[in-house]
Ligand binder design. Sequence first.
Ligand code: PHE
Ligand code: NA
Length: 455
Amino acid sequence: MKREQWNSRVGFILAAVGSAIGLGNIWRFPYMAYENGGGAFFVPYLFAMVTAGIPFMIMEFSLGHKLKKTAPRIFNQLGANLGLRLEWLGWFQVFIAAIIAVYYVAIIGWTLSFLGFSFSQSWGDDPNAFFFEQYLQLGNNSPTNLGQFQWGIAAAMSLAWAITTMAVFTGVKGGIERASKIMMPMLFIMVLVLITRVLLLPGALSGLNYLFEPDFSRLLDIQVWSAAYGQIFFTLSVGFAIMLAYSSYLPTKADINNNAFMTVLINCGFSILAGILIFGVLGYMAEQQMKPLTEVVSSGIGLAFVTIPTAINLMPLPQLLGPLFFVALVIAGLSSHISIIEAVISAIIDKFHLPRKTAAIIVCAVGYLVSMAFATSGGLLLLDLVDYFINNIALLLSCLVELLIITWMLKVNLVRRHANHCSEFHVGRWLEICLQIVSPAILATILAKNLYNTL
Ligand code: PHE
Ligand code: NA
């Protein structure tokens, strides 16, 4: 059977960017920056983008493009060359993707609820209290109350699952790909509109200072580096079997380096825009409430759900702009969620030769049940914990092992040779230095520290 292929270069980039751009850019990036000292986070973030983000993207595109398989079979084949059994590494990545899928959908549920609220700005004048106390009901969170089920959130999550299930059940091209082509540019424009308004507010610039002013004293804090590397893998969807699967559908004649740079730069550029928006609003809120910026929002995890309603309240025509913004955000979240589920399904189809529809139903049904744990009043706590564990331990471990196998056990220049062979512009030896030395050294250090702290 002939393997499916993308129709066009643009089709592939849009799919890769569609997976990359998601809630990680608007919900997770600002909250990571907020919790890690703003400017203190920004420098490691850019450093991680150059030393790990771009090289990893080139590496995964090259592997998928060359071997034309999904992760478990790719690592199986690479292992066979070494006389090792490495299929488990692929399954480990698929497992990480599956875990992300079940909590990611909870945040999509929040965005769907907020889409509903946005028609009449029912978040009121105090979006902070609204989000944490009314919506998540954290106020009455005594330890005995943690198991309480939150029907509203569960309903919103069910809607998200229904859409994802339909998309992976029938194939992604028609609906989501077409919707993304319209919605992604719209999301960009919406963020720019909101930024323009927000930058004119008193205090906004002090928010930007907080985000962009490097704090070199915190560069010695490994936690900040850990958050930055974790965020880069999360935001770029690398290390999860996804980009491997997507690039396995590339036609033979495809420009690897160019595609990889475009995907990374578009995604990270978008995160920076979102950061400007959110920190601009924070600066404004800090000035209004005469509080330090770090005390304006009660917990970083809900940052976006407090600042964006605050910004929308200040806009002309909020009843129009609000829904437009949240629709676009929902689409960005769903297109990423679909790509995560797709990674799990395609690996299962490849291995067990199940029909697509059967695999889709099984994966979505199990995912649905597990994800309901996040619709309880203990859900936020659990989400924070799982997100931390996945991004600070599991993911770093999987990426470190992937790097060591490919650059130390196989041939170092394997990746660069293939990538350059297929590309118009060539990347230099820095690629190997990053993949073989810089990234593994940093990942190993961070991982050792995180494991030590956890155990
Ligand atoms: N990259 C997506 C985002 O930033 C999320 C995602 C994570 C998608 C992992 C696929 C795999 O929101
Ligand atoms: Na992203």
